[in-house]
Ligand binder design. Structure first.
Ligand SMILES: NC(=O)c1ccc[n+]([C@@H]2O[C@H](COP(=O)([O-])OP(=O)(O)OC[C@H]3O[C@@H](n4cnc5c(N)ncnc54)[C@H](OP(=O)(O)O)[C@@H]3O)[C@@H](O)[C@H]2O)c1
Length: 340
């Protein structure tokens, strides 16, 4: 079980992943979390990673890190197909789990992960740094307060150019592809605003030479009439934005991991139904997303679910079910009911 119930949460990292560097650098100023160890399949890689980033302990395998009684929680930045296996093993070792998105390769895996966490009395959550951003919290607050009336339509997109065939995102055996990688963001954003899973999806993909989807667009239908569209791509310029239209106004926003001068956390709100609708630009606090996410994870572990700003288990399962349905629809060329 975990080593302490007070003081900073001591996190161990599984794998010397690229994104783990950003995580370590972002959380360094925190008094709530400390990255105390890193494990790698290659001990030399872990040693170099630890030396470069100032991490105190190195483990020569992920299992060795699980056996370290000084570690409270693990951060899982492994390829998508390995998230379930290693998160379940971490939970069995009594470690809380902050697992990178997408939580799992499919909804069945996601359910098994939460069952393992519950069985072992640990917290397990999916990492979406944008969810901890005050910008996202403001959008959620505005929608919940009825600022744009009843939500009728949501559009969310994320794309960037990716041509490196050796990248894990290009490998279908590692659960790569634009939908799983970039697409999990707009699907999660839409889930955040819709408050439920869609009932049916229709999707189209363009396929790359390695066998993964490189662009996917999907339409999501909800039982109450809401419609949403998501798009994701490895073949476009960088973009990441969302638009929410209600029957009394609209919100246009970005949903970046990190906000700051390069990515200003602005929320554009229009109140009214005409072209003359009042336009307000709300600027929220700018934060490093991994830091905000990791501190929320600390608060979750120490104080419980109401302290967690990220995706709940129910949301993560809905996201995984939606990704499953979008993948099936684009593969089979027909609308797919979302299995509940
Ligand atoms: N939240 C975000 O904004 C965000 C951003 C980027 C990525 N991510 C997520 O983070 C995860 C990692 O992405 P990344 O770009 O950092 O990946 P990466 O640099 O390729 O790192 C993945 C790590 O997994 C370990 N690994 C274990 N088995 C592996 C295998 N069979 N093939 C390849 N690597 C293996 C490796 O560490 P060792 O060899 O050292 O053990 C490797 O360094 C993905 O799930 C991705 O979706 C999230």
């Amino acid at each position: 079980m975990t080593s302490s119930s007070s003081g900073p949460l001591r996190i161990g990292i599984l794998g010397a992943a690229r994104i783990a560097r950003s995580f370590v650098e972002a959380v360094r100023p925190s008094a709530k979390v400390v990255v105390a160890a890193v494990a790698s399949r290659d001990v030399e890689r872990a040693t170099a990673f630890a030396r470069e980033l100032g991490i105190g302990r190195v483990h020569a395998s992920y299992d060795a890190l699980f056996a370290d009684p000084d570690i409270d929680a693990v951060y899982v930045p492994l390829p998508n197909n390995l998230h379930a296996e290693w998160s379940i093993r971490a939970a069995a070792a009594g470690k809380h789990v902050l697992c990178e998105k997408p939580l799992a390769a499919n909804a069945a895996e996601a359910r098994a992960m939460f069952a393992a966490a519950e069985k072992n009395g640990v917290y397990l959550v999916e990492a979406y740094p944008y969810r901890a951003q005050p910008q996202t919290l403001k959008v959620r607050e505005l929608v919940a307060a009825g600022a744009i009336g009843r939500v009728q339509l949501i559009q969310a997109s994320f794309g960037f150019p990716l041509t490196d065939a050796a990248n894990i995102r290009m490998d279908p055996t590692l659960a790569g592809g634009a939908l799983m990688d970039a697409g999990s963001y707009p699907v999660s954003f839409v889930r955040t605003i819709a408050g439920t899973a869609p009932s049916r999806v229709s999707a189209l993909s363009r396929w790359g030479s390695t066998g993964v989807d490189v662009t996917t667009m999907a339409t999501l239908e909800y039982p109450d009439g809401l419609l949403a569209q998501i798009s994701c791509s490895f073949t476009t310029v960088r973009h990441r934005h969302a638009f929410i239209a209600g029957d009394a106004g609209s919100i246009a926003t970005t949903y970046f991991n990190d906000t700051g001068s390069a990515f200003p956390p602005l929320v554009h709100v229009r109140r009214g139904t005409g072209w003359d609708a009042a336009h307000e630009v709300i600027e929220t606090e700018a934060l490093a997303g991994f830091l905000a996410e990791a501190e929320s994870f600390h608060d979750l572990v120490r104080f419980g679910w109401d302290q967690w700003t990220g995706a709940t288990p129910a949301e993560s399962i809905d996201i995984a079910m939606t990704l499953d349905a979008i993948a099936a629809s684009s593969r089979d060329g027909v609308p797919v009911e979302v299995a509940r």
